[in-house]
Design a protein around this ligand. Structure first.
Ligand SMILES: [Zn+2]
Length: 253
């Protein structure tokens, strides 16, 4: 993955290919894209939890997961979940920035699945760089459309809403329905924003996800949960566009 990042960063000014300075390279990359496409500066936060693989954006920040810029060399995708996760943690230790890591909230099988996905993805450096650019542009799309503000508005609406006529359960359900609807709209808008500048990245990314998911679903032996997760996350009937889980069926993505 590191090579893909270097490839991507080298297309922008301030290329910085030193391993330990990669978070800085990402920072420069995101800010160059933000200046170009949004005409503003953003903070870039490198997520300290190595397993939090969800890039996200607020009005002034983009969060980039650690897994995006580790060197995938030396990780064995065929190792069992525990071993692979340990290999990943050892890699993260090499980066001074990640000395303090919290425990992941993701179940182990999902952590391992995502690490395998990154290893597979990083094989094609040039296309991986395009896909990564698409993912980052998608996050900038959320910033461009002020999606975090819309989300706050929706929260406020339900906080101010009177519960005179509805009990809390019905209100919670209504809120959830509206959140899912808003979230889908936001993801589509963010994708469209990214697609305008990088349609090739989008095509590569979504093709990769579909193929990866198909492969994983075939590996039933001992990987039933992974296979199920692929069905939910990447199937055409599921979210299908969940690179790094950037589109889980959660709010705020
Ligand atoms: Zn998104």
């Amino acid at each position: 993955m590191l090579n893909a990042i270097h490839q991507l960063c080298s297309n922008y000014p301030h290329p910085d290919t030193h391993y330990y300075k990669t978070p800085l390279a990402i920072h420069n990359l995101v800010n160059n894209m933000a200046k170009k496409h949004l005409n503003k500066e953003l903070y870039v936060t490198c997520l300290s939890d190595p397993f939090n693989m969800v890039p996200a954006a607020s009005d002034y920040s983009v969060f980039v997961p650690a897994v995006s810029y580790i060197d995938t060399e030396g990780l064995d995708p065929n190792a069992d979940d525990e071993t692979l996760i340990q290999q990943f943690l050892d890699k993260i230790k090499e980066i001074p920035f990640y000395k303090k890591t919290k425990k992941s909230s993701f179940p182990k099988f999902l952590q391992a699945l995502l690490i395998r996905m990154c290893i597979e993805y990083a094989k094609d450096t040039e296309n991986a760089a395009r896909g990564l650019e698409f993912t980052l542009l998608h996050e900038l799309g959320h910033v461009f459309h002020h999606h975090s503000k819309n989300h706050a508005k929706l929260n406020q609406k339900y906080e101010n809403g009177s519960s005179k006529y509805l009990n809390n359960i019905s209100l919670g359900l209504l809120k959830k329905i509206e959140e899912i609807k808003q979230s889908k709209k936001h993801e589509t808008e963010a994708d469209e924003f990214a697609m305008k500048t990088n349609s090739r990245g989008a095509i590569h990314l979504f093709t990769f996800l579909t193929e990866f998911s198909k492969q994983q679903r075939k590996l039933k032996k001992g990987r039933i949960l992974q296979s199920l997760a692929c069905r939910v996350l990447f199937s055409p009937k599921g979210n299908n566009r969940s690179f790094y889980l950037s589109h889980p069926s959660e709010i705020l993505r």
